[in-house]
Write a new protein. Structure first.
Length: 212
């Protein structure tokens, strides 16, 4: 008799540290398009610390995100996450990259109107990001128009940018309302960035996102 087994999820493997969970174990219906684990990002290459394309979050943030996902799914919408817990090694790599003026292979796609050395001062990248507390998530509705792509460092990416109208405005407003109802706060200059506010003891932690 031939027995067929369900394929192992690509993010199955080593469990995160205490207090953290793999999103796939909590809300497997959320699409994971983890940009910094591959080359489709503003650096144009995999970022240190992301050894697997997997979303890890603090348990409280993951539970709130699951609730948001369930509400969205009931309306026929599907969430896709681009970044979750961010290892400190990734932030260090971002800092080093910002100071390398010769490395601008992704400028046209991600920061066409900004000098990359100013990205930290302008608030597009943080030296101490809430991502490193496991409480922040970058996300969108899968397949929807938001007016700009994820991680476009530009004034147009501001959540309330008045130049964004029509379907893109509706998408931003709908995502903002959904995430706010479930305890998240938006970063005003990035429509995709939300931090869960239901934890009183956010702590920066240091580990790599791995599969095994």
């Amino acid at each position: 008799m031939n027995l067929q087994t369900e394929p192992k999820h690509p993010c199955a493997g080593r469990k995160p540290p205490p207090g953290y969970v793999r999103l796939t174990d909590v809300a497997p219906g959320i699409v994971q398009d983890m940009r910094y684990a591959g080359a489709e990002n503003f650096m144009g290459r995999p970022v240190p610390g992301y050894l697997a394309p997997c979303c890890w979050l603090r348990r409280e943030a993951a539970a709130a995100l699951k609730s948001a996902h369930e509400e969205a799914a009931a309306e026929g919408l599907h969430l896709v996450v681009y970044d979750c817990y961010r290892p400190p090694a990734a932030t260090a790599a971002f800092v080093a990259w910002s100071q390398d003026g010769a490395d601008e292979i992704k400028k046209a796609e991600y920061y066409p109107n900004i000098d990359k050395k100013d990205l930290f001062d302008l608030g597009y990248i943080a030296r101490q990001s809430t991502h490193t507390t496991g409480l922040a998530v970058d996300l969108a509705f899968d397949g929807f128009d938001f007016g700009t792509p994820f991680d476009l460092f530009d004034e147009r990416s501001a959540t309330a940018d008045p130049a964004v109208q029509g379907a893109a405005r509706q998408s931003r407003d709908r995502l903002l309302a959904l995430m706010t109802r479930h305890g998240f706060e938006n970063l005003p200059n990035e429509w995709w960035h939300f931090t869960y506010k239901g934890v009183t003891d956010p702590e920066l932690v240091d580990f790599d996102v791995t599969r095994d």
